[in-house]
Design a protein around this ligand. Structure first.
Ligand SMILES: Cc1cc2nc3c(=O)[nH]c(=O)nc-3n(C[C@H](O)[C@H](O)[C@H](O)COP(=O)(O)O)c2cc1C
Length: 171
């Protein structure tokens, strides 16, 4: 599959089959995140694979949507502001940018292996912090739900995007 076709294929999947993602597939997804670029190559991230019953139940509390309560596996991607590059001119910390690139790598690797993912940011950060016992410097950037799609036709549903004309300026 070409890279552009993979970008076209990847979409948010919120309904999963009752089958766990294999360890080999999980490791490939994590490896794709590990290979992501980051400012000054500081790699200020931590990937929490959440799949044990107690941990996943604690995470459900942070995002108690009906579809998410059925999710059995996710990766929570955390950015460490103390480990990230900060731009001197305006003190902008790049931890969340770096972590977001890693997340995107993971979603694409997952899609390439037929695994559905969904970025989740609309969670309660405090409950997420408690579920993972995060340190003060760690920001939970996204919960990435994971699973084989319940319905394979999800991969061919139309994608809604602005046209290139709307988003590109040639100057
Ligand atoms: C930063 C970010 C945050 C998101 N947060 C949520 C969320 O909390 N819940 C959810 O169901 N989807 C969430 N999404 C998924 C978006 O709704 C989805 O990516 C968008 O509608 C485009 O659809 P697609 O992913 O199928 O291409 C999020 C996506 C991104 C990139």
């Amino acid at each position: 599959m070409s890279f552009l076709n993979l970008c076209e294929k990847r979409r948010s999947v919120r309904e999963y089959a009752d089958k766990k993602v294999t360890k080999a597939d999980l490791l490939n997804i994590l490896e794709a995140g590990r290979l992501a670029p980051s400012a000054v190559n500081y790699q200020p991230w931590k990937f929490y694979v959440v799949e044990k019953d107690e941990a996943i139940s604690a995470l459900h509390k942070a995002y108690p949507r009906e579809w998410f309560l059925k999710v059995r596996q996710c990766i929570v991607i955390c950015a460490d502001t103390a480990a990230a590059w900060t731009r001197k001119s305006d003190s902008k910390n790049h931890a969340e940018i770096d972590a977001s690139i890693a997340i995107d790598h993971m979603t694409l690797e997952a899609a390439d292996s037929g695994i559905g993912t969904c970025w989740i940011c609309n969670f309660d950060p405090q409950l997420c912090r408690e579920a993972l016992a995060l340190t003060e410097n760690q920001i939970p950037v996204a919960i990435l739900s994971l699973g084989y799609p319940k319905d394979e036709t999800v991969w061919s549903t139309p994608k809604k995007r602005k046209s290139l004309d709307e988003v590109v300026e040639w100057i």
